[in-house]
Design a binder for this molecule. Structure first.
Ligand SMILES: NC(=O)c1ccc[n+]([C@@H]2O[C@H](COP(=O)([O-])OP(=O)(O)OC[C@H]3O[C@@H](n4cnc5c(N)ncnc54)[C@H](OP(=O)(O)O)[C@@H]3O)[C@@H](O)[C@H]2O)c1
Length: 254
């Protein structure tokens, strides 16, 4: 029963932004549930290490170097994964950057860079893989947003705007892709200790401030997204679309 609902045996997944942090943990979780997993990012060496870890666990894996700020890379990534696995059942859009700056000091270049990767890259990836999923009449798309897509924080205007847009992009795509039997959902993580927030959380004052605002009293570890991504990738979530699951130790309830 559990295996039938949550098992991913025979499914193939693509995790974009899987070289480290949350993306790597989600790629390993999907493989653990039985999926063949393609891992993508700009760092060839790191994605090959993740690929090898998945293969060592007994699952199929494939590494595809991709920069999601380039449309030709995204189209090539989708084509190479389909050539290698024959299909893509699950797409996790996770690649993201955070350039901290107060709005009045942020350059237009950094604004564009953030929106290009965190929003346009997601859209183009959904489009390239979504077309293929529409042809195969099934698919699960999971976009990684953030609690900052709903809450405000200083030095995060571009990042927060991109993540709020991801929540709405997820809803819009859910509506348009539902007739093709494609579910589109999002996960909004709170504070997880990864390279992205390393510098910020290394400041004892900031650390204390966010811990105080988190009812569970600690930051998340990447493996704690595993259950949600398996759920959204599996049959268990077949009647759910356009939704965002928040995993943040309670940060956004206060
Ligand atoms: N950590 C948190 O507290 C937190 C909270 C809320 C939301 N999130 C979101 O969760 C996602 C993962 O974050 P993380 O904390 O795991 O950060 P991370 O450790 O910095 O990892 C970011 C990932 O994105 C990839 N990436 C960045 N730019 C890319 C590009 N142009 N093309 C392809 N891949 C690219 C990186 O790979 P390469 O550098 O190898 O290309 C890496 O795999 C992001 O979308 C982030 O906004 C994180």
């Amino acid at each position: 029963m559990i295996e039938e609902l949550f098992g991913l045996e025979g499914k193939s997944a693509l995790v974009v932004g899987a070289s480290k942090g949350l993306g790597k943990a989600m790629a390993l979780a999907l493989a653990g549930a039985g999926a063949a997993v393609a891992v993508a990012s700009r760092s060839q060496m790191l994605i090959e290490e993740v690929r090898d870890e998945i293969i060592a666990s007994g699952r199929k894996a494939f590494a595809v170097k991709t920069d999601i700020s380039r449309e030709e890379d995204i189209i090539g990534m989708a084509r190479r994964v389909i050539d290698s696995f024959g299909r893509i059942d699950i797409l996790v859009n996770n690649a993201g950057i955070y350039i901290p700056a107060m709005a009045l000091d942020m350059t237009a270049e950094d604004w564009d860079k953030t929106l290009n990767i965190n929003l346009k890259g997601f859209f183009l990836s959904c489009k390239a893989v979504g077309r293929h999923m529409a042809d195969q009449k099934s698919g699960k798309i999971i976009n990684i947003a953030s609690v900052l897509g709903k809450r405000a924080a200083q030095t995060s205007s571009a990042y927060s705007a991109s993540k709020a847009a991801i929540i709405q992009l997820t809803r819009s795509l859910a509506l348009e892709l539902a007739p093709h039997n494609i579910n589109v959902n999002a996960i909004s993580p709170g504070w997880f200790e990864t390279e992205m927030v390393e510098e910020e959380l290394s400041n004892p004052k900031t650390r204390k401030f966010f811990l105080k605002k988190t009812p569970l009293g600690r930051f998340g570890v990447p493996e704690e997204l595993g259950g949600a991504v398996i759920f959204l990738a599996s049959k268990a979530s077949d009647y759910m679309t356009g939704e965002t699951i928040t995993i943040d130790g309670g940060f956004s309830i206060c």
